[in-house]
Write a protein that binds this ligand. Structure first.
Ligand SMILES: O=C(O)C(=O)C[C@]1(C(=O)O)C=C[C@@H](O)C=C1
Length: 88
């Protein structure tokens, strides 16, 4: 049961981790620049734009709210990471 679907999910997860790491590389650089210029971690207007954009990119409209939830969670994670990165 589920063998085919779980093989598909495993392959997708592998790609997602790679993409997440790429995104985190960019986030790490942003955190460094924010620290250098003493800028706040939170940029609410950027987050609003990201959420708008990813909703628009979602082809299956049944997934739109879930995509928004995913990116809200992602940005909670990145903000926590940036905060940790810039401590001390
Ligand atoms: O673009 C930034 O300024 C980021 O720090 C990245 C990011 C994101 O994960 O997309 C995270 C926190 C900000 O509130 C906005 C966006």
């Amino acid at each position: 049961m589920f063998k085919k679907e779980r093989t598909e999910i495993d392959a997708i997860d592998q790609e997602l981790v790679k993409l997440f790491e790429r995104r985190m590389d960019a986030v790490t650089e942003i955190a460094r620049i924010k620290k250098e210029h003493q800028l706040p971690i939170l940029d609410q207007s950027r987050e609003d734009k990201v959420l708008d954009k990813v909703r628009g990119l979602t082809e299956n409209k049944a997934y739109e709210d879930s995509v928004e939830d995913l990116f809200r969670s992602l940005m909670t994670i990145t903000k926590a990471f940036e905060t940790k990165q810039n401590e001390g």
